[in-house]
Ligand binder design. Structure first.
Ligand code: 5GP
Ligand code: MG
Length: 490
């Protein structure tokens, strides 16, 4: 099961958390449209409302009014094909001897099955096959023997994979980021308290200010009086494995993740795309919406230098930038539709060219990524039908050749158009006049990172985690989980 989701946590001084959580979830809606949920705690009792659907549909006034308490967490869940199942909706909540626990998870564990089997042997009953429930039970078990901080530390020593978590232990809200910082999580200050969120855009929505990212391996505990937060570096990171695809596709362009504004990174990727593989055509246009920032960077770089890298001579108009593809914003989820036939129809429903911008012209279209190839194949065909003379395709990421195990739903290897193919072979399938992807080095440069600071599993097939049957690009020794549980002090 892969999950790519949005998480949030809020602790305020003397004001209900439900509404800020609701608005924050709205801001994170792009991270998940399948289900939404909020869990709050009023100091005596936990309240929860979780359902399938979009944030705006899941909560009505009455729901928000009954979610009492100034502390709480929220979650939006990304749909994966065929997973219309409430048992995986979050936040996950459990009550046990030492209180109540709510948990929101973004990411994916690679050793969830081992831990589930072990906990099941201790008598824990599971209601879903999701890994979030595994984390909740593991934490609940550790809380029987340890205080909160040590219990989280022990849990982090046992789970392996990617996780950004917001947790409500009774009315205490905390956030945890895995030791490699695979998924984003940041801290914000709002008027009367603090917030933890997957993306800073959620903090902006509450008129708050981004304080900083949660560090890999760090636990951040929000103080109940809304005056501050405590930080515990529970695991010293050996190195990071930030997901580059957050910057390429997944996050909002107006979010700042690990120090970079996503919009600027995408523009920079677009500039590098021109430098690496620019082609002079009559018009350049983005595949909306995700291709926009890339295309604006690409077109800007094309105004400065020619495709050969020479400064543009005086009087040379450069390339024309046009919004030649219109997107119907009421069509969602083309990517996760269950059959190829439906996905193709949905692309046609979603995107329509403006004929006059392409007729009789040579055209470059810019998209952020190609996964199955559905969008590209359809678009090239459509543009040619509209009278485009040539269609060139430029992609702001390297070829996606392997699945993601860390929480981004990338389809299976067999479905990925680039798996086992050269770029020329892909070009033939897509039927474009030319096709170029961005290099991995350009991605690392734009993120001001070393390759080994990033998780590049989907473009290299080598993962920064220990995954059965897959190669690793670094030392990924896992904590021993069959032996005695290490104490929180070591
Ligand atoms: P393809 O049509 O090649 O299968 O997918 C590529 C298109 O889907 C691109 O326009 C890209 O913006 C978008 N895309 C890439 N990854 C994802 C994803 O994980 N989920 C969704 N919904 N769209 C994606
Ligand atoms: Mg797109």
């Amino acid at each position: 099961m892969t999950e790519k989701c949005g998480v949030v946590g809020v602790s305020l001084a003397g004001r209900d958390a439900a509404r800020p959580l609701y608005y924050a979830l709205y801001a994170l809606q792009h991270r998940g449209q399948e289900s939404a949920g909020i869990v709050t705690h009023d100091g005596f009792q936990q309240h929860s409302h979780v359902d399938m659907g979009l944030v705006g549909d899941v909560f009505d006034e009455t729901d928000l009014e009954t979610l009492n308490g100034s502390a709480g967490i929220g979650h939006v869940r990304y749909p994966t094909a065929g997973s219309l199942d409430t048992s995986c909706a979050q936040p996950f909540s459990v009550s046990f001897k030492s209180g109540s626990l709510g948990l929101s998870h973004n990411g994916n564990l690679v050793n969830a099955d081992e831990i589930r089997d072990e906990l099941a042997a201790y008598g824990h009953a599971f209601t879903s096959d999701g890994d979030t429930e595994v984390i909740a039970h593991e934490l609940a078990r550790n809380l029987l023997e340890e205080d909160l901080i040590r219990a989280v530390k022990r849990t982090m020593q046992r789970i392996h994979g990617s996780y950004s978590l917001t947790i409500a232990h009774d009315d205490t809200v905390l956030g945890v980021r895995d030791p490699q910082g695979n998924r984003p999580l940041c801290i914000g200050k709002v008027e009367d308290g603090y917030i933890l969120a997957s993306e800073s855009a959620a903090i902006d929505t509450l008129d708050g200010e981004l304080v900083r990212d949660v560090r890999p391996g760090e636990l951040v505990l929000l103080e109940k009086d809304g005056q501050g937060f405590e930080s515990y570096q529970l695991i010293e990171p050996k190195g990071t494995a930030h997901c580059f695809f957050e910057h390429v596709y997944f996050a909002r362009p107006d979010s700042v993740i690990d120090g970079s504004l996503v919009y600027e990174v995408r523009r920079e990727l677009g500039r590098k795309l021109w430098e690496e593989s620019g082609v002079e055509t009559d018009v350049v246009m983005p595949v909306p919406d995700s291709g926009r920032s890339f295309a604006s960077g690409y077109a800007e770089a094309a105004d400065e230098t020619t495709a050969d890298g020479e400064p543009r001579p005086e009087g040379d108009q450069g390339v024309e930038f046009a919004e030649g593809l219109m997107k119907n914003r009421y069509v969602g989820r083309t990517f996760i539709m269950p059959t190829q036939d439906e996905r193709e129809r949905a692309v046609r429903l979603k995107l329509n060219p403006i004929k006059s911008t392409v007729e009789g012209k040579t055209v470059t279209i810019i998209d952020d990524s190609i996964v199955r190839g559905t969008t590209s194949i359809q678009l090239v065909d459509l543009l040619k039908d509209c009278g485009a003379e040539e269609v060139h395709l430029r992609i702001g990421a390297p070829p996606i050749v392997a699945p993601c195990y860390m929480g981004i739903d990338m389809a299976t290897r067999e479905e990925l158009i680039a798996a086992g193919k050269t770029v020329e072979e892909i070009r033939e399938v897509v039927d474009a006049d030319s096709l170029a992807y961005l290099s991995i080095d350009a991605v690392a440069d734009a993120l001001e990172a070393e390759r080994l600071d990033l998780c590049l599993g989907c473009v290299t097939g080598e993962y920064p985690y220990d995954i059965e049957g897959e190669a690793s690009d670094r030392d990924v020794t896992r904590p021993e989980i069959d032996g005695p549980v290490p104490s929180a002090d070591d």
